[in-house]
Design a protein around this ligand. Structure first.
Ligand SMILES: *Cc1c(COP(=O)(O)O)cnc(C)c1O
Length: 411
């Protein structure tokens, strides 16, 4: 790093550095997997304990009204809306991302009933693909799921495309897709655009309404730090809300759930995209993570994320050359999200050897090492130490041990 600013100096100049202290980071661990499971905010345990002991333990069923449980999905949704460039009343926090993908696809089809294709890219996150395939089967193939190479998606949108489902930041490569131009291309052909924000919300600035996005979904447990299995969220642009029909027509999305009527009538607005009783403990933890995210300036987050990525790639260059790592992420920081991915034939055991040394990234089949950079708590010193660990694991051949080859259920 001769002539360059040292990582320590970069940390000292980092306007976001005080956020690191708001997270419970275990000693001796460099955590580069916040894009898979975000870290624990220090405020979360007390808040969850309060919900358990006071709101549940003492308030019991009265807490549905008195502790604001009944509209927690909308309240947390309104906060997430501010992270993703949506308005109040356009987002609810509920269900898993997978279920929300299904809900968004069905709603889009209900708005575009004369069309029969749903389109995505090959290699998209599997649940998005599987949900499309499930919908195809469910409709007896009245709806067909079509997959093309990522570069061909826009040109594949045609007069039969009801909706295009795309992930803004690709989970494996970290490549960012231009939301505004892709959405405009879909609209020009009469198709609707559904965006999966799982790797973009909290990682890069997202501007759903500026891009005129129709629907979006995303995860609560990645960059939003909502905790394992945190509820996801769904965005439905206000202009579609009265016409979009929920396929999962549960009682929490009814206009008057506590009238217990026999006939389903969707609630006005975003509430119709709720299905069942909201998971209050999960929403409480998610709300702490989102509140923390809202304290940070998104432009500063992006600047830091790009600088972390640049430091990673530049420091890694000689190691990559020596040990044949191929950068899978785009080389231009403007074109990637908040992760750096490399391909290597021994990716799995290398990741395990790094974890054994306290550097936690992850492996994505078939051959990708993925390092998430979470600007709220990743430091420049972390990046430098992580690359030093990669160099050591490779130079020493430490990855080449039988215990690192055994595949765990979760990679
Ligand atoms: C992580 C992720 C999901 C996860 O979906 P779940 O239902 O929460 O398991 C979905 N889509 C994308 C693009 C993801 O990265």
């Amino acid at each position: 790093m001769e002539g360059a600013v040292s990582p320590a100096a970069m940390d000292a100049a980092d306007p976001l550095r005080h956020f690191r202290d708001r997270f419970a980071l275990p000693d001796g661990v460099i955590y580069l997997d916040g894009n898979s499971l975000g870290c624990l905010p220090k405020a979360t345990p007390d808040r969850v304990a309060e919900v358990v002991q006071t709101e549940w333990g003492k308030g019991l069923i009265g807490s549905w009204n008195s502790a604001g449980w009944v509209d927690a999905s909308q309240r947390v949704g309104d906060k997430i809306a501010r992270v993703i460039g949506a308005g109040a009343g356009e987002v609810v926090a509920c269900d898993s991302t997978s279920v929300n993908v299904f809900k968004a696809l069905c709603a889009a089809i209900s708005l575009n009933p004369d069309r029969s294709t749903i389109l995505s890219e090959r290699g998209n996150f599997p649940t998005d693909i599987y949900m499309m395939q499930g919908l195809e089967a469910l409709t007896g193939r009245r709806i067909t799921a079509r997959f093309v190479d990522g570069a061909d998606v826009v040109s594949a949108i045609d007069d039969d495309t009801a909706a295009v489902l795309l992930t803004q930041v690709h989970y494996r490569s970290g490549a960012v897709r231009d939301m505004a131009s892709t959405t405009a291309a879909a609209h020009a052909r009469g198709a609707l655009a559904i965006w999966d924000l799982s790797h973009s919300a909290g990682a890069i600035p997202v501007a759903l309404n500026d891009a005129r996005a129709d629907f979006a979904v995303g995860c609560g447990y990645k960059f939003l730090n909502g905790g394992p299995g945190a509820p996801g969220y769904i965005f439905v642009a206000r202009r579609h809300q009265e016409a979009a029909m929920p396929a999962l027509s549960g009682w929490f999305g009814h206009a008057r759930p506590f009238d217990f009527e026999d006939r389903y009538e969707p609630a006005p607005g975003i509430a119709r995209f709720l299905v069942g009783t909201p998971p209050i403990l999960g929403l409480a933890a998610l709300e702490v993570g989102v509140d923390l995210m809202l304290e940070a300036d998104m432009a500063a987050l992006r600047v830091k994320s790009m600088a972390l990525g640049q430091l990673f790639v530049e420091t890694m260059e000689p190691v990559a050359a020596r040990h044949r790592f191929t950068l899978v992420s785009p080389g231009d920081p403007a074109e990637r999200g908040s992760q750096i991915s490399y391909a290597h034939p021994q990716a799995y055991p290398i990741v395990q050897a790094l974890i054994a040394r306290g550097v936690v990234g992850d492996f994505r089949a078939p051959d990708v090492l993925r390092f998430g950079l979470t600007p709220l708590y990743t430091s420049f010193a972390d990046v430098e130490a992580a690359v030093r660990a990669i160099a050591a694991v490779m130079d020493e051949g430490a990855w080449d041990a039988p215990e690192y080859r055994e595949r765990a259920a979760v990679t």
